[in-house]
Design a protein around this ligand. Sequence first.
Ligand code: ADP
Ligand code: MG
Length: 802
Amino acid sequence: MNVEKTGGRLFGSGRCSSLAGPPGAAPMVHRMVEAMSQLQEEKARLQEELAALQERLALRDSDQQATSTQLQNQVENLKEKLISQAQEVSRLRSELGGTDLEKHRDLLMVENERLRQEMRRFEAELQELRAKPVAPCTGCEHSQESAQLRDKLSQLQLEVVENKGMLSELNLEVQQKTDRLAEVELRLKDCLAEKAQEEERLSRRLRDSHETIASLRAQSPPIKYVIKTVEVESSKTKQALSESQARNQHLQEQVAMQRQVLKEMEQQLQSSHQLTAQLRAQIAMYESELERAHGQMLEEMQSLEEDKNRAIEEAFARAQVEMKAVHENLAGVRTNLLTLQPALRTLTNDYNGLKRQVRGFPLLLQEALKSVKAEIGQAIEEVNSNNQELLRKYRRELQLRKKCHNELVRLKGNIRVIARVRPVTKEDGEGPEATNAVTFDADDDSIIHLLHKGKPVSFELDKVFSPRASQQDVFQEVQALITSCIDGFNVCIFAYGQTGAGKTYTMEGTPENPGINQRALQLLFSEVQEKASDWDYTITVSAAEIYNEVLRDLLGQEPQEKLEIRLCPDGSGQLYVPGLTEFRVQSVEDINKVFEFGHTNRTTEFTNLNEHSSRSHALLIVTVRGVDCSTGLRTTGKLNLVDLAGSERVGKSGAEGSRLREAQHINKSLSALGDVIAALRSRQGHVPFRNSKLTYLLQDSLSGDSKTLMVVQVSPVEKNTSETLYSLKFAERVRSVELGPGSRRAELGSWSSQEHLEWEPACQTPQPSARAHSAPSSGTTSRPGSIRRKLQPLGKSRPVPV
Ligand code: ADP
Ligand code: MG
């Protein structure tokens, strides 16, 4: 239509311009008419040509339309095919899908596991069979076992066959699936080929159209215009083509994706094939193992069978031999039996007789039991009465022992004095001052010789311990005293002597080598334990210190506190110390704790403990309370262990202030101790206990039946001879008071003095023998006088011996 319009306008304008020319002559007009007619003809021809061209264009248009619808149809078809292929692929995937293969694989694995377990079970059974000892045949249990095993084996074989069947079925399935996959692949290939052909065809046609267009272009200009129009018109077609090409591209992409999926599926199929192959190999391995086990089992069974047969043969042979022997024995027994028959008869008779007796036996037994019981009862009674008698005797003996012990102690004297000489120590130094000045009598252990200022002096005491004496030796000597404490006696043990002479060593000792204190408590514990069946004992311990006439509790919470000694308010005349701590001790560990506590108290109180302890009296008071379980009798014994302050004299002019005060207090208390002992020995009506805290505190342990032991500590070296001399004199005097009543009385006058006197050595003119000098038989009436004559007042700072 557009073409027509355009053409009309073009030719119209041309006609107008030609009509506007100048009006001419007739030939001119004629020529013009001819030209007009020519033109008319030309126009008609051209119009025809145009119509033809238009027709052809319309044809071409319709052709193109048809081609595009065809292409569209083809695209639709392809799409449908693709969808169906995708469906087919998904179907195949669901059929052949990894899950199915996995299921198969799982099934096979489970089957494998089961087979493996079976295998293990069979192996265990086989092991058991092997482990069983090859016993000689005792029946047909092996054959039963082997039959069972055979059954199991056949069962297993059946299972193996079944499994094989299953495997082949699975294989078949896999094969089918593979075939189908190949088919699908083929179909896909066909589709692709078809598509390629179609593409080819379409592109050919496109080429043709292009060519046609080109040829049309090559025609005349009016046609060119037409072509241009056609080109314009065909752009739409081109667009449709490009769209369809894009769709095609998209479809190709999809096909590629499908191919990818297919490839993956193939891979999966391959892996499942591999798995199947592996499983097959495993099954084959298991089968071979099963076969091997079967073979082994058969061999085993064979050997068992052989063993069984051999054992049967051996047993048979043995049985035959035994049988023979038994036959022989039987023959012997038969002959014996013949001879035994008469004996049997007599035995039967005996048996009958015995039977009768047995029938009557319970009665007899009862009677016998009765009489035996009566006898036993009587015996028990006798034993009981014997026991009672023995107990009575034992108590009597105990009493006697106590008496004897007391007698012994009494004979030894209520106040005993022993000396202990310590060894020369490093502290004594070297040179002439540190030379030994003490010697002993080889035949008499109660004599001690001292070389003082070049003159020998001898003393006699109850016992003298040389430096060689051990702690145990010394303790042995005081042991009897300590045991008497359990019997209710009060005991005092004093260590007397100058500082450094060994008082603390003897009383306390060292942790490795304890002294009297610890040993005494140990002894008390063991004695108390021995008597535990009859007596109930309680042992308590107190520790106190007297310094400058002040009494302090070493076990108290307030060691600084001054304690007072009071009379019991019950009117018994007994003394007591309010606030003095008393610890109950039951073991050595307890004692150690108490000692440690006391020591700590003392250490924290005083900076220079050594110095302080040499100027104070340390008391350990052990009280033993007992109750006789049978009689209810109560006893109380007190053991006072006293480490006295140093007895050395303080220089007359040297001491001042506190040192002088200390010396005065020590002097006073040691003098008081001497006075008290003297008064006690002389049985004076008045004993000056109250003159010092020490004697006042120990009053009840010094008076009455009490027993006292004084250990005089002696330093052996030359430089100490002066102090040693005084200590020994003090000791000898204490001891010498303890003579017969006459002599005692005679001595009273001499020793009643309480003056604080310094003694001159008693033996300024050496005596031929210490015994002659100090023994009771050496004329006691004259001795006090002579000693008195020798007394020289030297100062007041020295403790006065009794
Ligand atoms: P005191 O208490 O009289 O001042 P010590 O007991 O402290 O004297 O003794 C002084 C020193 O002598 C200590 O070192 C002690 O170990 C030692 N000593 C004392 N006696 C003996 C002894 N028998 N054996 C060994 N060493 C002793
Ligand atoms: Mg000491």
